[in-house]
Design a protein around this ligand. Structure first.
Ligand code: NDP
Length: 246
């Protein structure tokens, strides 16, 4: 008889970095993971790696900035596994720059992916979790969701927003329905995130700081910790950064 996976977990931004590391770790802990992102070839490869290692994984191509695609993603997971225990809203971009550079299209993309993407994920999964009367929504914010620095104004604004949305959701849902929420706030982590930066000045600074970054599995372990708590215990926020990060 097929063994029932311990939890069904959807992870956005699972085609690289923190999302990929989280998918691999949770699958190795027994979860059935549904990987989502835009790069389908990467998702297919990572899902195959997970299955080869004995885990349960599926993938679905979705742009988090489309509410329709997020609805389709959640529907796909429910059709495949019958429920959704956890949604990890991890997809994000960080094209940071000074405000005076007026990179308005990048401000809009950050808001679309980092804020609307999280909201669309919540909108897609919340009715399912309310029906189940259980579920867990993990939203990836950042240390930049606590502090602003030059070039990070808009990115920080999106990550402050992620924290506000997550805390609001906790207050509304956790006492009534038992749906839990967790904010994950990573510091500098070695991923492909710097590839989304177009400002040459920021790119150069990023390269200088690269040696300080911690590997993405450190963040994955924090997500696994939050998810693994018993139902009566809610991990509201975890901040994880390199020891050397100011
Ligand atoms: P990566 O660039 O390695 O991963 C980002 C992921 O998001 C990719 O899988 C990418 O996939 C996906 N993504 C981007 N845009 C979209 C979109 N429109 N729709 C669907 N998926 C999308 O970076 P990280 O792993 O570092 O980033 C993960 C999260 O961690 C982000 O929210 C980031 O802000 C946050 N974070 C990262 C830190 C760091 O230092 N690395 C520090 C603090 C927070 P694809 O391109 O295939 O769609």
């Amino acid at each position: 008889m097929e063994q029932r996976a311990s939890k069904v977990v959807i992870i956005t931004g699972a085609s690289s970095g923190i999302g990929e590391a989280t998918a691999k770790l949770l699958a190795s802990n027994g979860a059935a993971v549904v990987l989502a992102a835009r790069r389908e070839d990467r998702l297919r490869q990572i899902a195959a790696d997970i299955r080869r290692a004995g885990g349960e994984a599926d993938y679905f191509q979705a742009n988090v900035a489309s509410s329709e695609e997020m609805n389709m993603l959640v529907r796909h997971a429910v059709e495949r596994y019958g429920r959704v225990d956890v949604l990890v809203n991890n997809a994000g971009i960080m094209p940071v720059s000074k405000l005076r550079e007026l990179r308005v299209d990048e401000w809009e993309r950050m808001i679309d992916v980092n804020v609307k993407g999280v909201l669309y994920g919540i909108a897609a999964v919340l009715p399912v979790m309310r029906d189940q009367r259980s579920g867990h929504i993990v939203n990836v914010s950042s240390v930049a969701g606590h502090v602003v620095s030059p070039t990070s104004a808009v990115y920080s604004a999106t990550k402050f927003a992620v924290r506000a949305i997550t805390e609001g959701l906790r207050q509304e849902e956790s006492p009534e329905t038992g749906i839990r929420t967790t904010i994950i706030a990573p510091g500098m982590t070695e991923t492909e995130l710097m590839n989304t930066v177009s400002s040459p000045e920021v790119k150069q600074m990023g390269e200088m700081l690269r040696g300080m970054s911690i590997p993405p599995d450190r963040i994955a372990k924090a997500i696994a910790y939050a998810i693994d708590q018993p139902d009566d215990t809610s991990v509201s926020e975890i901040v994880i950064r390199p020891t050397a990060q100011p």
